[in-house]
Design a protein around this ligand. Sequence first.
Ligand SMILES: N[C@@H](CCC(=O)N[C@@H](CS)C(=O)NCC(=O)O)C(=O)O
Length: 226
Amino acid sequence: MTLILHAHPLSSYCHKVLIALYEAGTPFESRHVDLGDPAARAKFMTISPWGKMPALEDKARREIVFETSIIVEYLDRHYPGPHPLLPADEDARLQARLWDRVFDLYVQGPMGAAVMATIRGEPERIPEHAEALLASYRQIEAHMAGREWAAGSTFSLADCAAAPALFYARVVAPFPDDHPAIAAYFERLIARPSVARTLVEARPWFHMYPYRDRLEPRFLGEASTG
Ligand SMILES: N[C@@H](CCC(=O)N[C@@H](CS)C(=O)NCC(=O)O)C(=O)O
């Protein structure tokens, strides 16, 4: 296979790239990375210098690409699907890059910090990360009012970033009831086939997720009792 994605099925940043691959219908091989295994971590560090997942290996072009925003842009350029994930219009492209940054830095960031606080047994640190998420939700709510997708009129890089970020963030800090636009946007995201497929594939791994008990039955493939 030409493209190999070094990834873990539970990782939110890996989900971002999986969504881009599924949007384009690009064939790839997935290679499981277990960063908990010192030998696997050492091997992975030879292809991803900061040890961050995912990394994309392109055998045809003899390139290894890391950093998810760059991977998505690389795929869009060299393995484009039917609809570009980086809009052709320059202003819309800038917006896609901006909202990609917002979801990575201001949603994934505090969400990941809250999960790490739980793993490290520092629950007293979670409220500050939840507050940061709520501040981000307020901005996203204002931005999403009247919009279908985060940047431009079509699904883009920004939405690839938004889906996993919001999926895991709302487990840490649910969307407030007076935020209908972000809640509706989330429902649109998870209904998108590329996102739905990514979440179904993650199911067998959710038992490793520290907040598994907070996941709704619909994400676990269980019938809702409520
Ligand atoms: N800015 C990076 C972040 C990637 C990232 O943080 N990945 C996480 C998994 S979701 C990771 O590799 N964590 C392992 C570690 O930090 O040791 C990107 O966009 O690719």
